[in-house]
Write a protein that binds this ligand. Structure first.
Ligand SMILES: [Ca+2]
Ligand SMILES: [Ca+2]
Ligand SMILES: [Ca+2]
Length: 413
């Protein structure tokens, strides 16, 4: 996966004039789920929002419902903002759609110095490092500083003062339009802010209402997986060892993991457990390998941030004989963030299928007993009463001479 190599410090300025009412890819909500809490402000307060400076809910200038939010210009900075990670894990590639209504007191370019700017911004971080990755700024009132110096992808909106203006943007398309259609899956949305900056001679206050942030993807839950999902081997030796990994992905702030792995303890034994990566050595940890299960409770010293799978546990299994068919089932999974808050998570089990080619009766040998089984099914096809899928060694839907040749070739193994 390519990693986005930009950072805020080296971002170029993009000033892309665009019309607030121009047709956008936005405007509809693919899933209908608004990731912004209280975006319509109908709670009558700023519940769900972080507030700086002087902001309040208003009931006189409202787009819909009974309330809007008012971002004043009486403080040096005033803003309302919402943070998104760790729970939502929204990425640029998730096709983020931002909709809302803005009622500005001032619009357009306001010159070179000491003028305010009024914006709605989205900040993204690199999911691996947590460092700022990029920022998208939607401006309707700006000064020369904001226009030329700021380190953002900036869209100057053609809003009208003292009336409601529709803000409808496909944030993902806006980012693509600047950086191109590359892989941004490691770039998480960190927070959104509705910001008035710099109180001086010009008014910059504004109202917002009906703010919606939606995604083409549901918020992706942390996923714990067995990798590889399928372990297949057709020429095992007795006591053969094999590895499977437990991986984690879609996390931006994972602090701990509890899980149990259940497997067929009569066919395989767990003989090794190591925790990765070294940078996040778990404390404490324990495991039990009897009776076909392994339980662990891992705490990470620093949070794991990743969208793509990262190995956290490397398991070594040993084959008792030369046959194993076992699920590797992840059970009792609890994923929590660094503060201990439990995250809704998902898991994907693995499967092991190890059998000698020609060992139709699964007794770890290829001998006359297997040849008899094949003989009983000889000449059959899928619909035949004597069809035996085990006897169709080459998997072509017929038990015939070709399967017999394969079996004979493995006799005695
Ligand atoms: Ca409202
Ligand atoms: Ca056999
Ligand atoms: Ca066949």
């Amino acid at each position: 996966m390519r990693k986005l190599s930009v950072s805020v410090t080296i971002l170029q300025v993009a000033v892309i004039l665009s019309l607030g009412f121009a047709p956008q890819l936005a405007g509809t909500s693919p899933t209908g789920f608004n990731f912004l809490a209280n975006g319509d402000f109908e709670t009558g307060n700023l519940t769900g929002w972080n507030v700086g400076g002087v902001c309040q809910v208003d009931n006189s200038t409202v787009h819909s419902g009974q309330f809007s939010a008012y971002v004043s210009d009486v403080a040096f900075n005033s803003w309302i903002s919402q943070h998104f990670y760790p729970e939502t894990n929204l990425c640029v590639d998730d096709d983020l759609i931002l909709n809302g209504w803005v009622f500005p007191s001032s619009v357009g370019s306001l010159g070179s110095v000491a003028y305010p700017f009024s914006v709605i911004r989205l900040y993204f971080v690199n999911a691996t490092s947590g460092d700022p990755a990029l920022m998208v700024s939607y401006d309707w009132c700006w000064n020369e500083y904001e226009n030329n110096v700021t380190t953002a992808i900036t869209f100057l909106l053609d809003f009208q003062a003292n009336q409601w203006n529709l803000l409808s943007r496909n944030v993902t398309s806006d980012i693509y339009s600047f950086y191109g259609n590359m892989d941004y899956s490691n770039v998480f949305l960190s927070y959104i802010t509705c910001l008035y900056h710099f109180s001086d001679v010009s008014p910059g206050a504004f109202y917002v209402d009906e703010l919606e942030l939606t995604s083409s993807a549901e918020a992706r839950e942390p996923l714990i997986s067995v990798q590889p999902p399928n372990t297949v081997n057709n020429s095992p030796t007795q006591g053969m060892r094999f590895h499977v990994n437990i991986t984690i992905q879609n996390v931006s702030n994972c602090g701990s993991l509890q899980m149990t792995l259940i497997f067929n303890g009569t066919q395989i034994a767990l003989v090794g457990v190591s925790f990765l990566p070294d940078a996040n050595l778990p404390t404490p940890m324990y495991f039990q390998s009897g009776n076909g299960f392994m339980s662990t409770n891992v705490t990470f010293g620093s949070p794991i941030r990743t969208v793509s799978p990262v190995t956290i546990i490397d398991l070594t299994f040993k084959l008792y004989n030369r046959y194993c068919e076992s699920s590797l089932h992840i059970d009792s999974l609890v994923v929590a963030d660094l503060s201990g808050q439990i995250l809704q998570s998902d898991s994907e089990d693995g499967y092991v299928q190890i059998r000698l080619t020609g060992d139709l009766n699964r007794d770890s040998a290829v001998d006359i007993s297997d040849a008899i089984i094949l003989a009983n099914a000889y000449g059959s096809t899928l619909s035949a009463p004597n069809w035996n899928p085990d006897a169709d060694i080459n998997g072509d839907g017929t038990v015939d001479i070709y399967d017999a040749i394969i079996l004979v070739g493995h006799l005695g193994t």
